[in-house]
Design a binder for this molecule. Structure first.
Ligand SMILES: Cc1cc2nc3c(=O)[nH]c(=O)nc-3n(C[C@H](O)[C@H](O)[C@H](O)COP(=O)(O)O)c2cc1C
Length: 337
């Protein structure tokens, strides 16, 4: 079934294929044809105070407007991250802005946080019917919001979604919003997180906060960032977002497109980051590994490198739900101690 759908969808322009797929799944969800009951792996995992049914999550960016929500469980996922959402709706960058690198099993995207805004997403989250699935909200800032005012955008996201979202991810690492990655700078991230953690602590429900980081920080910059994240007492890290780097061995003609590269060629970089993060904190930081996971072996390698859970985007596009089911049922219960 997936291989037939893939053949047809891969004939379409990537963003069209993406929208057609999501809208069709949205319809199936409305008709009650999808299940929101997650696949429980053998023994659940507790992470940042939440009980995850299995270790495999849908990465941010696939369902920016909350079309499926808990129904991502239907494909074997134990959790999904909805968004990135910004306070105001925005159209994102001009099209085309998503490119399939078929020969490389990769994608380049420069979407630029196209989304319908926080109020629309909150109205979707209100309709949740949770059945053990974990749903996170991935928060960003509007393109028009200056970096020195970024706090307000992330606080608004938490304010609107805290009654419904199980956790928040602060996205400060997308390469497609000019200047966003500057928020990772150790001095800036300190002030940002001190404000955001303080704000979260005053909300009536305590929702864990993850920070999603980029894979392109130099080794020199990386450690000060980890020190700042540790001091800020966030609940966890998601490593990594897409890369601006282009490995030499890419074959597709779309490799030259501007934007973030995801999929198979990102794996080694993300894996390296996960290893470094785990060795820096020991077991004191929850860690979700993401980037280029497209097989059981790679999923296992990510867990062995120290990830508590993993997320997938591009591997799901190329390999479909069979990969998710296989990973959900087979990943070892414990990573590196
Ligand atoms: C088309 C596309 C859009 C994305 N949009 C977002 C986004 O809005 N927010 C985010 O945090 N990550 C976004 N990502 C990054 C993914 O969540 C993930 O970190 C990255 O693709 C690496 O994982 P993968 O190799 O499994 O795709 C996007 C990725 C792709 C391919």
């Amino acid at each position: 079934m997936f291989s037939i759908a893939k053949k047809l969808l891969f004939k379409l322009e990537p963003e069209k294929a993406h929208n057609l797929t999501l809208n069709s799944l949205g319809l199936a969800s409305k008709l009650g044809l999808l299940s929101n009951k997650p696949l429980f792996s053998d023994g659940q995992i507790e992470l940042a105070g939440l009980n995850f049914p299995n270790r495999i999550g849908l990465a941010g960016g696939m369902d920016k407007n909350g079309i499926l929500l808990d129904d991502w469980a239907h494909f074997g996922f134990g959790f999904a991250e909805i968004g990135t959402v910004t306070p105001k709706a925005q159209s994102g960058n001009p099209k085309p802005r998503m490119f399939r690198l078929v020969e490389d099993e990769a994608i380049v995207n420069r979407m630029g946080f196209n989304n319908k805004g926080i109020d629309h997403l909150a109205s979707r989250f209100k309709k949740r019917k949770p059945a053990g699935f974990i749903l996170g909200a991935n928060l960003g800032k509007n393109k028009t919001t200056q970096n020195n005012l970024a706090e307000a955008d992330y606080c608004l996201g938490m304010d609107r979604l805290f009654p419904y979202a199980d956790y928040f991810t602060l996205n400060i690492s997308s390469p497609n919003t000019p200047g966003l990655r500057d928020l990772q700078h150790p001095e800036r991230v300190k002030t940002l997180l001190s404000a955001l953690i303080g704000y979260r602590n005053d909300l009536p429900l305590r929702r864990p906060i993850f920070v999603k980081i980029d894979p392109d920080l130099t080794d020199l910059d990386f450690i000060p960032v980890l020190e700042a994240l540790g001091k800020a007492k966030i609940d966890g890290i998601i490593a990594t977002n897409t890369t601006l780097g282009r490995p030499d061995n890419l074959k597709s003609r779309y490799a030259v497109e501007n934007g973030g590269l995801s999929g198979a060629p990102l794996f080694e970089k993300s894996l390296g980051r996960v290893e470094k993060i785990r060795s820096f904190y020991g077991r004191t930081m929850a860690l979700i590994g993401v980037g280029g996971i497209d097989s059981l072996e790679r999923g296992q390698a990510m867990i062995e490198a120290g990830a508590d859970a993993i997320q997938i985007y591009t591997g799901f596009v190329f390999k479909g739900p069979a990969l998710i089911h296989q990973l959900a049922l087979s990943l070892p219960m414990h990573g590196k101690e």
